[in-house]
Ligand binder design. Structure first.
Ligand code: C2E
Length: 884
């Protein structure tokens, strides 16, 4: 549009200039035409005057006398000329003296007034041939023009002046005959810018008034005397119109013709064009603008549309995403269903189907009531709906029924979907099947509070319950009791059987303990072979409570003493039970458990398979036991250990050797038997150091005896604890001891228990073989109390079986012991092993054993374990089979 405007402006400017140029040319041409006519008119006057002058000169008869006939002719000519030249107002002849010789005009013409006279006098003085002037004629009351021409005679002598007075209206009339277009003007002015004629007339003035007026137009005045035509554009001082004026000078005359073309009419076309073009441009501009606006609007709309489209797309995308999320959320591990406001199921998810067993098609359009299990009453559902209506949602546990009829607990949340105005449109319900959760909770609970092997409550649960019971006992009259049960000999069996069977045995034990207990009692497995039973509501008095507790414990002992069957094998077990009463509830649960445990130890010490009530004395024993351990740590370094020796005899009661038995000479407690500290030493692994000391001491003694002929054949049996035997350096250490002491390994007899072979039989066997290679002998101690597997007896480098003193001592009290003892003797003889019986206290024992083939004995019947001095004395007086 701007380009078009530039082109248009350029074209219009060009057109403007052209139109003006054309108008200039036209005004000039027009002016020149008029100037030509005017010049012609003046030429006629000049001709006329010169004709008259010549004729007049002829008419003068020498001097100033006028020849009449010529005067007639002259007058005829004058009147003829006046007829032909209507503007010729008057003609006069002035003699060279200045007198008027002839005049057709008013008297005195020419020169009757001062103006004329001055003009004529100036002319006479000047060299000009002709002269004209415009002046005001007061008589005529208008402007006149005086035209003067010199006259000469035939000889060329100046004869006078011919004068013609012109009526300037002539020009006005002449101009009136010229057709003027609109806005055109035409005027005559003289060289003094006096107006001689003008068409159209001057506004507000008569033609007479206008004549002779000076035109105030400096631009014109500047060029008026120029011989060539000029054009100027200015606003006419006469009528105020703006025109292009063409100024054409009349040749040889002091007049100019000024033709004016109003710029309005000259540029009318141009203006029209401007208008048309402007209109056109405006139209185009408006149209363009409209189109542009339209285009912009379209673009904007398009952009808006695009934006909207993008927004829509974005919304659509996020809606899709939301839908996907909603779908995913809907397809969650929670069962979900949506109902309308009337509670009719509209949608369910897959989890709903899997939880309830109903397919979507079976429930859509139905009421969730079909899930009701019947476990909740109407009030439950009423409360639920009241909450939903008031709070917008409800959650809680609901028992529902699956399609297959199973009822199950589930956690249900129901939320009302409401519009902004609060109108409920839907309900959304989520169901989470709590069956698995319950199971998981139960499992976690089971793991936390139950023993995985036996299924019995574990120590933690027992402590919890006991704690509650203690509180209860504190606030009620009813007593409670806690029983601590430890199986006798289980460790041995477990070691012999292997852990799997040991576990099975524990399960059986657990069943027995549970069966022997009352429904209301809590039976727990504390760990290992330890069980506990919590008894509550045992009555108001301690006596009564003790009785009931004792009855239950006795029943338990009886039950445990029954043989256990594992596959085809039978096993005999027993239990030691410690009981403590919760009496006034002042004790903590830990204290109670500790008391029961102590009581259990008391039971153990009382020979096992029995029960004991907690007694404060036990407490002291336990304290002593703890102190023992700490003292025992220093026993070796403080030289408090001693070796006693108990003789071993043959069938002729000759001493064949001794068993080294450890004693601890405690500064406070005196001589402490190994039964009191060996277990502590084993538990604390002090037995390894102590055992080494025993071996070294025994070997030294053995070496001493070897130099005494009557004792050189004595054997030295040394108890080796399993921990000690399993030390990796055991063989090397023993070898070093033998080297150091100089003892003969053939005289050394290591007493091992069966448990040594249980854990790693091959390693034990290899160790034994290495020792055997050195000449050391082996005796299997406590034989008969453990598993006594025959399979290893002939695979191991054993020399001797030792019947445990528990069988021997009670040989005549329990026939089973006799059977066992006899079996061992026969087994030994079958395997080529020597059998020694320990615990031989009476001659009857000895005889019975001898009768059954036993050839070696140890026991109080022959000697108690003795300090070296006593042993030496005994050896001195006894027959020593090992002598010589
Ligand atoms: N009632 C009665 N008892 C008899 C009779 N004859 C022997 N005894 C006792 O029976 C135990 C035999 O030792 P053990 O079976 O190896 O049993 C030993 C042994 O297992 C262990 N022990 C003793 N000394 C050591 C040792 O130096 N090292 C290791 N590791 N254990 C040892 O301590 C246990 C007990 O030793 P002690 O108290 O000395 O008890 C000894 C002995 O005094 C009898 O006729 N009647």
């Amino acid at each position: 549009m701007l380009g078009l405007l530039v082109v248009m402006v350029w074209a219009l400017m060009e057109r403007y200039e052209r139109d003006l140029d054309e108008a200039r040319d036209k005004t000039l041409a027009h002016g020149e035409l008029v100037a030509e006519w005017a010049t012609g008119a003046f030429t006629s006057i000049d001709n006329t005057l010169s004709g008259l002058a010549n004729l007049f000169a002829l008419s003068l008869e020498g001097g100033d006398r006028i020849d009449e006939p010529l005067v007639e002719a002259f007058e005829t000519l004058v009147s003829q000329r006046q007829r032909n030249l209507p503007f010729l107002d008057a003609i006069g002849i002035i003699g060279h003296t200045g007198d008027t010789l002839y005049s057709t005009g008013s008297p005195g013409f020419p020169g009757h007034d001062a103006g004329e006279r001055a003009f004529i006098r100036d002319f006479l003085q000047s060299p000009e041939a002709a002269l004209e002037s415009v002046y005001w004629d007061p008589e005529a009351g208008d402007h006149r023009m005086l035209y003067l021409r010199r006259m000469f005679d035939a000889e060329g002598r100046f004869t006078g002046v011919a004068a013609a007075r012109l009526d300037l209206f002539f020009f006005t009339h002449a101009l009136q005959r010229i057709q003027l277009g609109a806005g055109e003007s035409i005027a005559f002015i003289d060289s003094d810018m006096r107006l001689i004629a003008r068409r159209p007339g001057v506004q507000g003035m008569s033609a007479t008034e206008a004549l002779g007026m000076t035109v105030d137009a400096p631009a014109v005045a500047e060029v008026i005397d120029e011989p060539n035509g000029h054009t100027v554009i200015l606003t006419s001082p006469l009528d105020g119109d703006r025109r292009i004026f063409g100024i054409s000078r009349l040749e040889g005359l002091p007049f100019s013709v000024i033709v004016g073309h109003s710029t309005a009419s000259v540029l009318a076309d141009w203006r029209q064009k401007v208008m048309v073009l402007t209109l056109g441009w405006l139209t185009i501009a408006v149209l363009g603008l409209f189109i542009l606006l339209h285009y912009l609007r379209l673009s904007r709309t398009e952009a808006d549309l695009h934006r909207s489209e993008e927004q829509l797309w974005e919304i659509n995308r996020s809606l899709q995403a939301e839908l996907r999320i909603a779908d995913m959320a809907f397809d969650t591990h929670l069962g979900m269903f949506i109902t309308d406001a009337q509670g009719i199921i509209q949608k369910v998810n897959r989890t709903f189907e899997s939880i309830t067993g109903y397919g979507a098609e079976e429930v859509l359009g139905r009421n969730p009531r079909l899930l009701n299990s019947g476990r909740h009453d109407a009030a439950f559902y009423r409360d639920m709906w009241t909450t939903i209506h008031s709070r917008g949602s409800w959650q809680g546990e609901v028992w529902n029924r699956r399609k297959n009829g199973d009822t199950y607990p589930q956690w249900v949340t129901i939320s009302a979907v409401r519009t902004d105005s609060g109108e409920t449109t839907h309900y959304v319900a989520t169901l989470s099947d709590m069956t698995l959760r319950r199971a998981a909770e139960q499992e976690a609970h089971r793991l936390a509070f139950y023993d995985p092997l036996t299924g019995l409550p574990n120590r933690r649960m027992m402590l919890d319950r006991a704690d509650q019971a203690i509180h209860k006992a504190r606030h009620s009259e009813h007593q409670g009791a806690l029983m601590f049960i430890d199986l006798d000999g289980f460790k041995h069996i477990n070691d012999s059987l292997g852990h799997q069977q040991g576990d099975e045995l524990l399960q059986r034990v657990a069943e027995r303990v549970a069966e022997a207990s009352r429904e209301s009692d809590l039976v727990a497995r504390l760990g290992g072979d330890e069980f506990a039973v919590l008894l509550e509501d045992l009555g108001g008095s301690i006596d009564e409570a003790s009785k009931v507790a004792e009855r239950v414990a006795s029943k338990l002992l009886g039950s445990l003493a029954e043989p256990f069957r594992l596959g085809v094998d039978r096993y005999q077990l027993s239990g030691s039970i410690g009981i403590t009463l919760l009496d006034d509830g002042s004790q903590s649960v830990e204290d109670c458990l500790q008391q029961a445990e102590m009581a259990m130890y008391q039971a153990k010490q009382a020979g096992r398979n029995t029960l004991r009530f907690f007694d404060p004395v036990m407490q002291a024993v336990a304290v002593r036991r703890a102190m023992l351990e700490s003292d025992l740590r220093q026993a070796v370094s403080r030289d408090q250990l001693r070796l006693f020796y108990q003789p071993q005899v043959d069938e002729r009661e000759r001493i064949t050797g001794v068993e080294a038995l450890l004693r601890w000479e405690h500064p406070d407690y005196g001589m402490v038997p190994p039964g009191d500290f060996i277990a502590v030493a084993e538990e604390s692994y002090l037995i390894v150091t102590i055992g080494a000391w025993v071996l070294e001491t025994a070997c030294r003694q053995l070496a001493r005896w070897s130099s005494e002929p009557d004792k050189a054949g004595l054997t030295m049996a040394v108890n080796i604890s399993p921990h000690q035997f399993q030390q990796p350096d055991f063989v090397a250490d023993l070898e070093a001891i033998l080297d150091r002491t100089g003892a003969r390994p053939q005289r050394l007899k290591l007493e091992l228990t069966e448990s040594v072979f249980m854990e790693e039989p091959d390693v034990a066997k290899a160790t034994m073989n290495r020792l055997r290679a050195m000449g050391i002998r082996f005796s299997l101690d406590d034989f008969g109390t453990g598993y006594s597997s025959l399979s290893y007896l002939n695979r191991l480098p054993l020399d001797q079986l030792k019947i445990d003193q528990s069988f021997v001592r009670t040989l005549f009290k329990d026939p089973a012991n006799r059977v066992i003892s006899a079996s061992i003797i026969s087994l030994g003889s079958n395997l080529g092993l020597e059998v020694i019986a320990e615990g031989v206290e009476t001659q009857a024992h000895c005889d019975w054993l001898a009768e059954h083939g036993c050839t070696a004995y140890q026991g109080y019947l022959f000697a108690r374990p003795l300090p070296l001095e006593a042993l030496t004395a005994l050896l001195e007086r006894s027959t020593c089979a090992a002598g010589h």
